[in-house]
Design a protein around this ligand. Structure first.
Ligand code: ZN
Ligand code: FE
Ligand code: FE
Length: 194
């Protein structure tokens, strides 16, 4: 099915782009987790790393459903977003500000992925690739949830904390700690399986 210059070819190209993007994120997410101070933010990046591993496998299933070999094609878009995130991590921000910036970087990545998967799903449906569309929808749902999780963490205290740290006079000079700091002892341990 090597029809050239068709929407199907563009679809395969975009799938390869997404496959490469997810693989780039597999490397970036651990660094973002490490740079995060707030426990919940670190946990969110770590959880999304695990989801991303599943998303890579899922894209391999999509390729298989199309009888295509899974392969990536360098994704310049996500590379740029990751590069910007790296620059931010090199800055000497206070912890709360760094967390707010990590959320901003993470959300850029999620929105980029949401745009990519949204297009892939629409194209897959148009061409009748229903299994591919179903698999891609699962990933899109995870990307949306990851984005909402980051918005929630920002709204639940990280942005406020960063603002208070920088503008004490305008906020009463107190530093609320709505989000707990990195503390190994506080880490939620998974209940043992029986
Ligand atoms: Zn097709
Ligand atoms: Fe992803
Ligand atoms: Fe993602």
């Amino acid at each position: 099915m090597a029809e050239s210059g068709t929407l199907h070819d563009a679809f395969l190209d975009e799938l390869r782009d997404a496959y490469d993007a997810e693989k780039q994120l597999l490397k970036a997410l651990p660094k973002m987790a490490k740079a995060a101070s707030a426990e919940e933010l670190r946990a969110a990046f770590e959880a999304h790393l695990e989801e991303t591993k599943v998303q890579v496998d899922r894209l391999e299933q999509v390729f298989a459903s199309l009888e295509e070999k899974a392969r990536g094609k360098h994704c310049d878009g996500i590379a740029g977003i990751i590069e910007e995130g790296k620059s931010v991590m090199e800055e000497s921000f206070d912890d709360a500000t760094m967390d707010a910036c990590l959320i901003a970087s993470g959300q850029r990545a999620e929105h980029y992925e949401m745009a990519a998967y949204g297009t892939l799903i629409a194209w897959a449906r148009t061409m009748g690739h229903t299994q591919a569309a179903r698999l891609l929808q699962q990933t899109l749902d995870e990307e949306k949830a990851a984005d909402e999780k980051l918005s929630g963490l920002a709204d639940d205290g990280i942005n406020q904390e960063a603002a208070v740290a920088n503008h004490p006079s305008e906020n009463g000079g107190e530093t609320p700690r709505a989000v707990s700091k990195k503390a190994p002892s506080k880490r939620a341990t998974k209940p043992a399986r029986r």
